[in-house]
Design a binder for this molecule. Structure first.
Ligand SMILES: [Zn+2]
Ligand SMILES: [Zn+2]
Length: 374
């Protein structure tokens, strides 16, 4: 990158950070995709988003990145999550940091989420779930949200509502007793959520789409399962991973899809100045390495290989670490990431994927939108 380009990137970064910090951002238009790309240190993309907002009254199928980041806080990226919209029906996958706000910035009211799917119960994938539930309830949502996830989803939902938010649970019931009858649009008596632990297979099928899931390989404990998902419609198909090492489940789900959205949080060995500390064997105990040799995450070269093996038409890597975020975010993640490798890490990620996979590769950013067409 030339000096001029570097200066422009720095300038764009300052604009975006000022907007984020000062509340100057009034909508999606205030933070263009180009600025976001510059702010997140010129991540390399091969295709641009088709549009900057979603119209739920229109037919079609879209994918929205509602969070491109990883587990620890990153002001430039929300927690890994995405939404698929089919003919105006909103399917949300995971509910980490900033999902609600990112949906709003692309024009979707979070009260319009119809179905919510969890890949697993790690904190970065559920961080805004309790907030989503309480805020939808208190805002007067009437329609049920259908929630699906691996074993533990029902228990987690119950705990969030009745334990973590026990006071608000009682508070909403209390206000319902004194709101006058003419206030028709009021919270329902019970929070409008129908939650179900699901097993691998087809878990939802309508006239216009089908959602299936399979086990993936993230957690070493048998009682903590993780799932990947696939959405099929007449428009096309998307496969979505949560956190996982290379897995049979994702290979099957991704077979021939139009878009694969897959985590890519760990570097290949030797990619970072810390010697690839995050993915190196000595980072985990021998006992754990025997159980889980891949450390439960996927590196760029592994992901490129998976995309090639599955024959996907486009690859989107998300759950990206804050290598080039603000200094405090880099510092907070340093236990796992080591010292910041600088912006060159993203070119290394892309190159490693492209070495194995010849299709288009995108490093995800928040609020990217993709039209899905066969
Ligand atoms: Zn995660
Ligand atoms: Zn996880």
């Amino acid at each position: 990158m030339s000096k001029d380009e570097s200066e422009q990137v720095d300038k764009n970064r300052r604009v975006v950070l000022a907007a984020l910090a000062g509340g100057a951002m009034t909508g999606a238009a205030a933070l263009t995709g180009q600025q976001a790309r510059a702010a997140s240190s010129e991540t390399e993309t091969t295709e641009q988003s088709a549009s900057s907002s979603i119209d739920l009254s229109k037919n079609g199928m879209q994918l929205i990145i509602t969070g491109s980041g990883s587990a620890l806080p990153d002001p430039l990226r929300g927690g890994a999550s995405c939404a698929v919209v089919v003919d105006g029906v909103v399917l949300q996958f995971d509910c980490g940091r900033r999902v609600l706000e990112n949906l709003m910035l692309v024009g979707i009211n979070p009260m319009k989420i119809d179905h919510l799917f969890f890949t697993h119960m790690h904190f970065d994938h559920i961080a805004d779930y309790d907030y989503f539930m309480i805020s939808n309830w208190i805002a007067g949502r009437q329609e049920l949200v259908h929630v699906y996830g691996p074993k533990g989803t029902e228990r987690m939902s119950e705990g969030a509502l009745r334990q973590m938010h026990a006071m608000d649970y009682d508070f909403v019931h209390e206000i319902l007793t004194y709101w006058p009858p003419h206030m028709k649009k009021r919270p329902t008596q019970e929070p409008p959520f129908k939650v179900k632990d699901v097993s691998p297979g087809v878990i939802l099928e309508t006239d216009s789409f089908k959602v299936s899931c399979l086990h993936t390989d993230h957690l070493p404990f048998p009682n903590m399962s993780s799932l990947g998902y696939r959405v099929d419609s007449d428009y096309g198909s998307v496969a979505i991973s949560g956190d996982t090492a290379i897995s049979e489940g994702m290979l099957k789900l991704a077979k021939g899809v139009d878009i694969l959205v897959h985590e890519c949080v760990k570097p290949d060995l030797g990619m970072t100045p810390g010697g690839g500390k995050f993915s190196s064997k000595d980072f985990h105990s021998d006992k754990l390495m025997k159980k889980r040799p891949q450390t439960g995450h996927t590196s760029p070269s592994q992901l490129g290989q998976l995309a090639a093996d599955a024959g996907v038409k486009k690859l989107i890597a998300y759950h990206l670490a804050p290598y080039t975020s603000v200094p405090a975010a880099v510092e907070m993640s340093s236990l796992y990431l080591g010292p910041s490798p600088g912006p060159a890490i993203w070119a290394e990620f892309s190159a490693a994927m492209k070495k194995k996979y010849s299709g288009p590769v995108v490093l995800a950013e928040d609020r990217m939108i993709f039209d899905i067409k066969k």
